[in-house]
Design a protein around this ligand. Structure first.
Ligand code: NAD
Ligand code: MG
Length: 396
């Protein structure tokens, strides 16, 4: 029986993971659930899944959870960042689902990598920011790194892997990374100035957390995924082409030296990659509706529009600069939060990122401390720029 830790259990990926786990009580046991501050949702999950432990990153939320749990509950409540790291390193944990959103997930995810867990990686921001530091920790710790991002899971399914999950890249000629194009596909940049957070979060094919939904709308998500694929499959940005595929039925493709192109298809439902991560190299039932190709009827492909969506171009540039993706990720987190709270327009997100990439001195971080320092510098630069843009818009 595998003992499972879900980092970010109350989020979109966390809940989908619990849905798959529930279907296989003979194989998996929910050991620990974690969340930031959503007490209501965590209370529901604890009552339903009865984990040994529940961790809230926010101490006040942990106190409230503890007070509201029935006295008969066998679940221990802990709080704080250290508790997250400790549980991710604990010997009794076999499988870690890394599904905290953003850079906030780096420390516990890295701890799981260092301690050789079977690591299901949804938290792409952690990998993209820490890059080599992350991959070396996973290698040194003997972690089995299983990509959960649907595109990377598709690539992983198409590329042969050795028993540790390391992809055999010798015969791979090109990776084709698909993008849905998001809710604003086909619009011009001028057309995007006044879009609202609600419109940006209304993804046509996927139901996801708000931050990744905005990333998907700006195409910044595809930039993060480009870097994610380079680290996971040990390749260069020039080995990967981004293809817009609005139906999100093909989740990515791999072209081999003999001209063969393999693709992974399925309904846009994260339970498929999650189930594959949990069961690899086997397959298990995931609760996903069978793909009906006649109903889908057609599959379209287009080139991405880098004029309307400059975030992807910024990522393509940042990826060539050591430390560039750490700066880009931090600036994006600041800009997206400012957009979601109504402080800056959608089209200012790329301005904040571009300003930060130009202003913050880059350099490849050699350890966790250096990654955190670079993230911190990029965040303060981006925050200053957001304030400047807000003042300018009030003044103007
Ligand atoms: P979400 O916002 O729905 O959930 C985020 C989870 O992280 C919640 O449980 C929240 O409590 C927790 N969290 C947030 N801030 C935290 C903090 N500071 N400390 C500790 N915990 C914190 O997000 P999501 O859509 O589930 O995405 C999670 C990750 O998976 C992201 O990195 C995203 O890019 C990636 N991902 C998501 C999808 C998807 O379909 N949702 C697909 C591919 C990749
Ligand atoms: Mg994805």
């Amino acid at each position: 029986m595998d003992q499972v830790l879900i980092l970010g259990a109350t989020g979109s990926i966390g809940l989908s993971t619990l849905d798959v786990l529930e279907r296989h009580p003979d194989r998996f046991s929910v050991h620990t659930l974690t969340a930031n501050r959503s007490v209501e949702k965590m209370l529901e999950l604890v009552v339903k899944h009865q984990p040994k432990c529940a961790i809230m990153a926010c101490p006040e939320a942990a106190a409230e959870l503890e007070a509201r749990l029935p006295s008969s509950s066998g679940t221990a409540v802990l709080s704080g960042q250290n508790a997250l790291q400790e549980v991710a390193s604990a010997p009794e944990i076999d499988v870690v689902m890394a599904a905290i959103v953003g850079f906030a997930g780096l420390r516990p995810t890295l701890a799981a990598a260092r301690h050789g867990k079977r690591l299901l990686l949804a938290n792409k921001e952690a990998l993209v920011s820490a890059g080599r530091v992350f991959m070396e920790a996973a290698r040194a710790g003997g972690a089995i790194l299983l990509p959960i991002d649907s595109e990377h899971n598709a690539m992983f399914q198409c590329i042969p892997a050795n028993p540790l999950g390391h992809p055999e890249m010798a015969s791979v000629e090109k990776i084709l990374l698909t993008a849905s194009g998001g809710p604003f596909r086909g619009r011009s940049r001028d057309d995007l100035n006044a879009v609202t957070p609600e419109q940006a979060c209304a993804h046509p094919n996927w139901s996801m957390g708000r931050k990744i939904s905005v990333d998907s709308a700006t195409l910044l998500n595809k930039g993060l995924e480009l870097a994610e694929a380079c680290w996971l499959f040990d390749c260069m940005p020039s080995d990967i082409d981004v293809v817009v595929h609005p139906q999100s039925i093909i989740h990515s493709l791999v072209r081999f030296t003999d001209g063969s192109v393999l693709a992974q298809l399925g309904n846009p439902d994260m339970r498929t990659p999650i189930a594959y991560g949990l069961s690899w190299p086997d397959r298990i039932e995931a609760g996903v509706a069978p793909l009906d190709l006649v109903d889908v009827a057609r599959l379209d492909f287009q080139a991405p529009d880098l004029d309307a969506f400059p975030c992807l171009r910024l990522a393509q540039e940042a990826i060539t600069v050591p430390g560039g993706m750490c700066i880009l990720n931090a600036a994006n987190e600041v800009a997206v939060a400012a957009f979601l709270s109504g402080r800056i327009p959608f089209t200012a997100i790329d301005l904040v990122i571009e300003h930060s990439l130009i202003s913050v001195p880059a350099g490849e971080p050699q350890d966790l401390g250096a990654v955190e320092a670079l993230d911190h510098d990029a965040r303060s630069c981006a925050t200053d720029h957001v304030e400047r843009l807000c003042r300018a818009s009030v003044g103007g």
